[in-house]
Write a protein that binds this ligand. Structure first.
Ligand code: HEC
Length: 131
């Protein structure tokens, strides 16, 4: 009985902890360290060449709009595999884990872009409050 209780309270706790671990955090115009890293991945990958400096869209679609409808899974697929025939290159290197945060680059990018799409993460160079 005790074990069963432990099992359920662990489930319950991980539910709470999961909820306390949001994709991104914004405080006074600054972001958490992982989201800042996501911005750096965005810059390093030169996505703005096709999607615009502020994700507003250029030859590629507006990612502000796209991230409102794409699921996380769809996002990862289009990032890693690309849609070459339609002009979206594959970015397989984004599967690599970033050493500092321990997260995959594609996940850092997803969090940053989701925050931009939600209108929460400011445009341009973002800085972290975690320093
Ligand atoms: C050479 C130009 C180019 C570059 C560089 C590029 N993209 Fe794209 N991207 C496109 C085009 C064009 C499409 C639309 C493909 C289609 O019609 O399905 C697209 C589609 C996408 C989509 C799917 C949008 C949707 O609504 O289905 C996402 C997400 C995306 N790009 C993110 C990125 C990110 C993040 C980067 C940088 C790592 C990047 N792209 C780099 C041209 C580019």
């Amino acid at each position: 009985m005790y074990k069963v209780l432990m099992f359920f309270s662990t489930l319950f706790l991980s539910g709470i902890l999961g909820a306390a671990d949001p994709l991104y955090v914004v405080k006074d115009g600054k972001v958490d360290a992982a989201t800042e890293k996501g911005f750096k991945v965005w810059r390093a990958s030169a996505c703005e060449r096709c999607h615009g400096n502020n994700q507003q869209g250029l030859v590629g679609p507006s990612l502000i709009e796209s991230l409102k409808v794409l699921s996380y899974k769809e996002f990862v697929t289009v990032m890693i595999e690309g849609r070459n025939a339609k002009g979206m290159p594959a970015h397989p290197h984004l599967n690599k884990v970033d050493e500092k945060t321990g997260k995959k680059k594609v996940d850092l990018l997803y969090a940053y872009l989701k925050g931009r799409s939600d209108g929460k993460v400011p445009k341009g160079r973002v800085r972290s409050f975690e320093k």
